[in-house]
Design a protein around this ligand. Structure first.
Ligand code: ZN
Length: 99
């Protein structure tokens, strides 16, 4: 089982990967502003990249955005009956510009 997890980590499901702009509408609804041009810093490797450049994994109950540099998880977004849950523990920060 551990080998299988390691393989999945080494070989991310490329066919399920799209770029961050594909979830732009979902992010805009969640944050209330356009997010694809918003810079964020990866808490793992400290690379700053805009949300639209992050790797998006849409498998599973929610959406996962991973750092384009180190592939660690930066944001998790899950739609629940109560609302949109955002797990941002992988982001050191996100910059939401004034409209
Ligand atoms: Zn990173």
């Amino acid at each position: 089982m551990e080998d299988r997890i390691a393989m999945m980590h080494d070989d991310p499901a490329v066919d399920l990967t799209v770029d961050g702009s594909a979830v732009g509408g979902m992010l805009a609804a969640a944050f209330g502003v356009e997010m694809t041009a918003a810079p964020g810093q990866c808490a793992h490797c400290h690379t700053v990249s805009v949300v639209g450049a992050m790797r998006v994994y849409m498998r599973g109950p929610g959406v996962v955005l991973r750092c384009p540099a180190c592939a660690e998880v930066v944001l998790r977004i899950v739609q629940t009956p109560r609302g949109t849950m955002i797990d941002a523990r992988g982001a050191a920060y996100l910059v939401i510009e004034r409209g």
